[in-house]
Ligand binder design. Structure first.
Ligand code: ATP
Ligand code: MG
Length: 485
């Protein structure tokens, strides 16, 4: 065990009161920051490696030891809050940091430890010597004037904001310190510092963790290999200039992926779903895509503007291909809503999807170290909206198409090669909006959207105060005219 590993194990505890043992790579991160091994650091490790935790403990230890001002900056305040919550959680783990902490009026230790929402912390090092840790945006930090800066998810801080950080450091030309931590989400200042010899680099990819046998397994790698952010999040590799533009946009699937999916030989199996993108008038098309677990086929495309006729066609196709009403997915936004209502009036209750609505939140076990003592589950999502999850989700369209999906050959599948994705400043996955595609001269991706709709997650309806009498009184009704069942 190194000196710093021993220090951390002695000073800090997890929720069960056990000492925190840093792994070798985490110790590298901790000591590089806590000992300020170089004035410029660039740290890139695979996701969930423990970057934020190691950095948080390092800043806490440093600020409780030396009278220094530290600013933690990220793409937005929530992201910066991750490191600050580590600081909040561990101030009271030991007498050293605890005794130097200066409470503000109304501060309560238990509450700080529990809620971790203090954005500004002060320590007294000696008479007249204080240190501070503060979180905020680049602009906030400029006002604060901290010579020590830690950027978390640094690649999600845009170049303009990052230049404010550099300006602030320039105000303290002697003894300033910058640590950039993140995943290579964009080809911006984060790529520049990666290539800059002035930066000390700590890079730790999933294969290194696998070799060490800590914080990574072959199973996790295999399960995530087809995930659209695998290269960035696990292999710690910047996308090439041909894969990503300056704003961070990347293409979701390539023509090679589509070619391979069209050549794939599989039998259709599993539930049948019908995805339907409704034309928005003008030169826009209605599109219908039939998908099973293993294959997808364009089964309809026309320019019909009449919603009644279009609704009738949806019912015809569902009948022809044996699709249950609940397995028909229609974007409910805009004109699609009209067709959904018409279908409902005919007894065909389709599944409404709203591309713009929030993605399905997963109940995630709340982190132990970040939230000691908590066994609660928290609703979290990494997608900006449902459309992003359908296209780029861990079990969305792109992963399916690259791994098992067979596409029945059709010229319009090429629309899929125009769909772009990236992370926004909050670290959420977004798909390029259709209006922005139009500005690039790309027409509405109707067939692509119809396919994506078949990946919609059906939100479970939770009933409160269940009254069996009300529910059972309705009896069984045929849910769809002419349908089996
Ligand atoms: N040595 C350790 N001991 C106990 N818990 C740990 C250790 N290392 C990491 N963890 C826990 O693992 C989780 C992931 O750590 P952290 O959030 O710091 O990872 P990260 O590399 O910043 O990931 P992300 O890619 O999500 O930003 C946290 O709950 C953290 O407390
Ligand atoms: Mg992190």
């Amino acid at each position: 065990m190194t000196e710093t590993q021993a220090l951390v194990a002695r000073m800090y505890k997890d929720d069960a009161g056990r000492p925190i043992y840093l792994t070798g790579g985490q110790d590298d991160i901790f000591s590089a920051i806590a000992q300020k091994r170089a004035p410029r650091l660039h740290i890139m490790c695979h996701t969930r490696y423990g970057k934020s935790m190691s950095a948080g403990l390092a800043v806490l230890t440093r600020a409780a030891s030396f009278p220094e001002k530290w600013a933690i900056i990220a793409g937005n305040k929530d992201k910066a809050g991750i490191i600050m919550s580590v600081v909040n959680a561990h101030i009271f783990d030991n007498d050293f940091t605890k005794s130097r902490f200066i409470p503000e009026k109304g501060d309560d230790w238990e509450e700080i430890r529990r809620f971790r929402n203090k954005n500004h912390i002060t320590f007294k090092i000696a008479d007249g010597q204080y240190s501070e840790i503060f979180i905020g945006s680049a602009k906030d930090a400029l006002g604060f004037g901290a010579p020590n800066i830690l950027e978390d998810e640094s690649a999600l801080i845009n170049d303009t904001d990052h230049s404010l950080v550099m300006r602030m450091l320039g105000d303290n030309p002697v003894d300033n310190f910058l640590c950039k931590i993140g995943n290579p989400f964009a080809r911006n200042h984060f790529l520049a510092s990666f290539h800059d010899p002035a930066y000390l680099k700590i890079v730790w990819d999933c294969y290194q963790s696998l070799k060490e046998g800590v914080r990574m397994t072959q199973q996790v790698i295999d399960e995530n290999r087809r995930y659209v952010f695998f290269k960035i999040l696990y292999e710690c590799l910047f996308p090439s200039a041909s894969e990503m533009d300056e704003s961070g946009w990347m293409y979701l699937v390539t023509d090679v992926d589509i070619e391979a999916a069209q050549l794939r030989q599989v039998q259709p199996y599993g539930m049948r779903r019908l995805g339907h993108d409704v034309a928005r008038g003008g030169r826009n098309y209605n599109a219908w895509v039939l998908r099973t677990d293993s294959h997808a086929e364009v089964v309809g495309k026309d320019l019909e503007a009449d919603l009644i006729k279009t609704g009738d066609k949806t019912m015809e196709l569902a009948k022809k291909y044996n699709v249950m009403a609940s397995e028909i997915f229609i974007d409910d936004g805009g004109v699609g809503g009209g067709e959904v209502d018409y279908l409902a009036s005919k007894g065909c209750k389709v599944t409404k999807v709203n591309f713009g609505s929030s993605a399905e939140k997963e109940a995630v076990e709340v982190d132990n170290v970040l939230h000691p003592g908590s066994t609660k589950k928290q609703a979290q999502t990494e997608y900006a909206n449902a459309r992003a999850e359908m296209y780029a989700g861990r079990d969305g369209m792109a992963v399916w198409l690259r791994s098992i999906g067979k596409l029945e050959p059709h010229a319009d599948w090429s629309q899929l090669t125009q769909i772009r994705y990236r992370k926004n400043s909050s670290g959420m996955t977004v798909i390029e909006p259709k209006e922005d595609m139009r500005k690039r001269g790309v027409e509405s991706p109707d067939v692509a959207d119809a396919l994506a709709l078949t990946f919609a997650k059906v939100k479970n309806v939770v009933y409160h105060d269940i009254d069996p009498a009300t529910i059972l009184a309705g009896g069984v009704k045929p849910f769809f005219p002419g349908m089996p069942g």
